[in-house]
Write a protein that binds this ligand. Structure first.
Ligand code: ADP
Length: 447
């Protein structure tokens, strides 16, 4: 009998259980890894084997490349699923997987490396005729030079770390007085946080929306897009609510940006799922970065297209199956996701601890992606995302009603969550009227 394929899930939490289900449905075997504080993660109980890779500190466990490769050896896995966060966009890890004979489920290390360097990514985007935020990517040697450069761009500007991610390492500068000091501290911070002090400067857009294009490539020059998402409801550059597709944007503009994204992926021989992120202001799109992995918000795209993106990743990586044709992909209805975080809804301080009781929402086109259960301990060591509530309906108004009902049903007792904040957002006029932008939550709702 032919042995089933096996993946190793190199992650935890929401994406680990998501990947486990996808793999199981395809008939694959699953090995999982965990840190000592995570031994009661639900997906471990449902895996064929669970291998401890170290203590809670991420550098010793989920970022411990050698331990993860050893776990893959031990379990006889064919491929390693990185999910999002941790090693998902780490080119050297992808390379190590390749060298050790395991398929890294994602694009080539070379592509990850280019996109992980925001300056290189921006230069590549420009060379492919993708519009970028106006700015400066070269070296800056002294204050006078910096002042001259920024005068040309115009204040305010945002200083970004080339190696940055997760909303970290960015600072807004409003005048020349603060410029040089901000550049220097941004460089130092980037050196400390990412081991790479390279920074660049961009025009700071005041009220843009964050619009992104989901793409999928076969690694051999074929690629499709799966439309757009609007992720403009953010706090501290972190997404809180995501929707698909993006609404209130001229169709021709949307098509243009979707097609440019597909062309870029074809040229890169992009393999697997990826997202090209844009800011959108005054009817114009500006590329900001590409994420070379599955994203937290992939779910809303799945809801409107009927495509299981995680299974598509697995099928391509393990069986070389790629069945996408652009003309077959259609948008059906509207979808929204609320990220439920274990945190105080007023102060946003993380709220780890024991969840005494959970009640999951349900119903037609209501989806709950989560690892939590009654008695689950939320560790203090990791990201505070504990669940995603996702709903779909014919249009945005119905989606909002459905989400209100789903959130009323959701019960998480024992820790604090941002559930109330979501309920407040779903009553906010600007949000309801689609009249919001990336700073809207901070400027108008939580203040
Ligand atoms: P990261 O990789 O850390 O997520 P991004 O470049 O994707 O960084 O930017 C994250 C968020 O920061 C965006 O969604 C947007 O809210 C904000 N942002 C980035 N660039 C700009 C800009 N030029 N002007 C205004 N806001 C920006």
């Amino acid at each position: 009998m032919k042995q089933s394929k096996k993946i190793l899930i190199a992650n935890r939490g929401v994406i680990a259980i998501r990947a486990l289900r996808a793999a199981r449905e395809l008939g694959y075997s699953v090995a999982s890894v965990y840190s000592t504080i995570d031994r009661d993660q639900k997906h471990l109980k449902l895996s064929d084997e669970a291998i401890c890779i170290g203590p809670p500190e991420t550098k010793d466990s989920y970022l411990n490349e050698a331990a993860i490769i050893s776990a893959a050896e031990l379990s006889g896995a064919d491929a390693i699923y990185p999910g999002f966060g941790f090693l998902a966009e780490n080119a050297s890890f992808a390379e190590k997987c390749r060298e050790s004979g395991f398929k890294f489920i994602g694009p080539d290390p070379e592509v990850i490396a280019i996109m992980g360097d925001k300056i290189k990514a921006k230069e590549l985007a420009k060379s492919l005729n993708i519009p970028v935020v106006p700015g400066y990517e070269g070296e800056i040697y002294n204050e006078n030079e910096a002042i001259k450069i920024v005068e040309e761009i115009g204040y305010p500007v945002i200083i970004k770390a080339s190696a940055g991610g997760g909303g970290r390492g960015m600072r807004v500068v409003n005048s020349s007085d603060e410029l040089w000091q901000s550049i220097q501290s941004a460089q130092n911070e980037a050196e400390l946080a990412f081991g790479d002090g390279k920074i660049f400067i961009e025009k700071y857009l005041k009220k843009p929306r964050h619009i992104e294009v989901q793409i999928f490539g076969n690694g051999k020059g074929e690629a499709v897009h799966l439309f757009t998402r609007d992720c403009s409801l953010q706090r501290k550059y972190q997404k809180i609510i995501e929707e698909a597709p993006a609404l209130n944007i001229d169709n021709q503009k949307l098509e243009e940006i979707q097609n440019l994204s597909v062309e870029a992926c074809k040229k890169l021989n992009y393999e697997g799922a990826g997202t090209i992120e844009f800011l959108y202001e005054n009817d114009d799109f500006y590329f900001i970065e590409m994420n070379t992995r599955i994203q937290v918000e992939h779910t809303v795209t799945e809801m409107i297209t009927g495509v299981d993106l995680v299974q598509a990743q697995l099928l391509l990586a393990l069986e070389n199956k790629y069945n996408f044709k652009q003309e077959d992909l259609k948008v059906n209805g509207h979808a929204m996701q609320c990220r439920i975080n274990a945190e105080d809804p007023e102060t946003f301080v993380p709220s780890p601890g024991r969840i005494d009781r959970v009640h999951r929402p349900g119903g037609y086109h209501v989806r709950f992606e989560s690892q939590i259960y009654s008695g689950y301990q939320v560790p203090a060591n990791y990201d505070s995302l504990i669940a995603e509530v996702i709903v779909k309906d014919k249009d945005r108004d119905r989606v909002i009603n459905k989400m209100r009902v789903a959130l009323q049903e959701l019960v998480v007792e024992g820790i604090k969550t941002n559930q109330n904040l979501h309920q407040r957002i779903l009553e906010d006029k600007g949000f309801l009227n689609l009249d919001y932008y990336i700073k809207y939550l901070e400027e108008k709702i939580i203040k």
